[in-house]
Ligand binder design. Structure first.
Ligand SMILES: *Cc1c(COP(=O)(O)O)cnc(C)c1O
Length: 369
């Protein structure tokens, strides 16, 4: 593999295909696969990734917000796109770009119907979100009669699916809670179908739901983190390949003496002669300050180099006293072997936060096209 000469997030499209196929192998062929590509496909890059997922056979896409859906449409994604968290102000654009809203409250439902009426739409597909325990977004079980009545009184929209979201699908200690969410959703679905008189699709599994709760796969599953190579457990991680490798180079090497300090606020003070490397990546690139002061680390020639001192906006400094290396050498912040998850855990966060935080300033490069 060619070495990098600046900070680059390499995205391995062969690994993406592997992960997609692995997750698909966990579901029935009749169950549809919704690829969640919100937040730049979890900090990777949404457009190229969505195009590839579309060609691998993803049935549906999900984004969180309007602009993410517009970007996909503008780049030629033709599969249906669910917008998970639209606001009323977005509805005209949602329709203009042929996106499908998640409807999670009476205010949002009534507002969408009024826009659909103005636009003279017929049976515009919407997705009704029910809260079954996450307590974040969604209607309650008690709202079923109201929703069905409201939807049945209009010809402008039709309910393509109803869905819910699991709160702790990766945590097997919360199995009882999760099974309760699944039962609740199934009972909501039965009631809803009776009231509305037709059968919308049902879906509630995220990646860990796919892996841990086959009884809840229903008509469609929604996977994000698994596509990008993380299974939320050691066992599941073995079957997936992280698609993103964040790499940089050594800009400069410094030899410091006992008593010297490194970086802002002199946060690191040396008690011996040592060698440090300055790397062109900082908190503006997504390496948050919490990774500084010995918490986070990088790899140079396969040896671990801790981040010393405070993370700067555009740079970090690492201790390379024990490493044979030169200016210009490649540095791995995370890759498929030394994963984002291990770095995230070392600094008290999770893979989702580290990878989605890699900023747009970092160049993306696709490999294994
Ligand atoms: C982000 C999100 C997903 C994807 O979850 P993963 O754990 O990344 O697979 C699925 N459904 C909803 C509603 C989401 O917000």
């Amino acid at each position: 593999m060619t070495k990098v000469e600046e900070t680059v997030l390499e995205i391995d499209l062969k690994a993406l295909k592997h992960n997609f196929n692995h997750l698909k192998s966990k579901i029935k062929s009749s169950t549809k696969f919704m690829a969640v590509v919100k937040a730049y496909a979890y900090g990777n890059e949404a457009i190229e990734i969505a195009k590839h997922l579309q060609s691998f056979g993803a049935d549906y896409f999900a984004v969180a917000y309007l602009n993410e859906g517009i970007a996909l449409r503008n780049s030629g994604i033709t599969k249906p796109i669910l917008v998970l968290h639209p606001q009323a102000i977005n509805f005209k654009k949602i329709i203009e770009y042929n996106l499908e809203p998640s409807i999670y409250s009476s205010k949002i439902l009534e507002k969408f119907i009024s826009v659909a009426f103005q636009e003279k739409l017929k049976d515009y597909p919407v997705h009704i979100k029910f809260n079954t325990g996450l307590n974040r977004l969604g209607f309650w079980q008690d709202d079923i009669k109201y929703i069905a009545k409201t939807v049945n009184e209009t010809k402008n929209i039709s309910v393509k699916s109803i869905f819910s979201h699991l709160a702790a699908s990766e945590d097997l200690e919360e199995k009882t809670f999760t099974l309760n969410q699944i039962e609740k959703f199934k009972s909501i679905a039965d009631n809803f179908k009776k009231e509305i008189g037709y059968k919308p699709w049902l879906h509630m599994c995220n990646t860990s739901g796919i892996l841990n709760y086959p009884e809840a796969h229903l008509d469609m599953v929604r996977s994000g983190i698994g596509l990008y190579g993380f299974g939320n457990s050691e066992k599941e991680n073995k079957n997936l390949i992280p698609i993103g490798s964040l790499k940089t180079i050594i800009s400069q090497i410094h030899h410091i003496k006992k008593g010297d300090s490194v970086g802002y606020n002199r946060a690191f003070k040396s008690n011996k002669s040592q060698k440090t490397a300055t790397l062109p990546i900082g908190h503006a690139d997504g390496i948050r300050r919490q990774y500084g002061n010995g918490n986070g680390f990088v790899y140079i020639n396969n040896k671990k180099a801790p981040i010393i001192g405070n993370v700067c906006m555009d740079m970090i400094m690492v201790d390379i006293t024990h490493i044979d290396c030169e200016e210009g050498d490649e540095v791995v912040i995370f890759d498929a072997n030394t994963t984002a998850e291990s770095l995230a855990i070392a600094s008290n966060t999770i893979s989702y936060e580290l990878i989605t935080g890699i900023s747009q300033r970092v160049k993306r490069r696709f490999i294994n096209l």
